[in-house]
Design a protein around this ligand. Structure first.
Ligand SMILES: [Fe+2]
Length: 175
């Protein structure tokens, strides 16, 4: 019978192929821990964006319905890349909703079908992620010496900057 695992950490015990890519075990663990938090934030933002896609109402319904679909579809790609980055540095990715909610810095918030409020909430979340990524990138580059992850997160930061710009532009045009 397969061993019962209670966390992604428990999977590490089954990992018997050594990794030798020039990042110390301690640093890889630090980077993996940061990436798990980022993954958790992205999952919360993904669920929130889908929630808004389903429930938005108003005269511009279709415009927002489609905008939110574009955002969550692109976010899904990023989520996949963050999880796979964790695997590339020798760790297992979290994959349970309760684990994500336990680690996420973003809050799920209350239900709203008001498009203006939805746009602002999403913008706030993207900007929060951007500010946190900036700190993570510096630490991962300077303290943990993982150039690959620092470069990857710089690309992710730029994606969030682009999405934040879209959301900001929608809000700005509705005043
Ligand atoms: Fe849909």
């Amino acid at each position: 019978m397969a061993k019962k695992t209670t966390s992604a950490k428990a999977l590490e015990e089954t990992n018997n192929v050594p990794i030798n890519i020039g990042i110390s075990e301690k640093n890889a663990q630090e980077v993996a821990d940061r990436l798990q938090v980022i993954l958790s934030d992205e999952q919360v933002l993904y669920a929130k964006t889908r929630n808004y896609h389903w429930n938005v109402e108003g005269s511009s319904f279709l415009e927002y319905h489609k905008l939110f679909e574009t955002l969550y579809t692109e976010l899904a790609e990023s989520i996949d890349e963050v999880a796979e980055r964790i695997r590339k540095i020798g760790h297992f990715a979290l994959g349970r909703l309760q684990d994500f909610l336990g680690l996420a810095r973003l809050l799920e918030g209350e239900y709203t079908n008001n498009s203006r409020e939805q746009l602002q909430n999403l913008l706030d979340d993207h900007e929060t992620i951007i500010r946190e990524l900036r700190k993570d990138i510096n630490d991962i580059q300077d303290k943990f010496k993982d150039a690959g992850t620092a470069d990857f997160l710089t690309g992710l930061l730029k994606d969030h900057e682009r999405w934040a710009w879209f959301l900001r532009s929608y809000i700005g045009g509705k005043k």
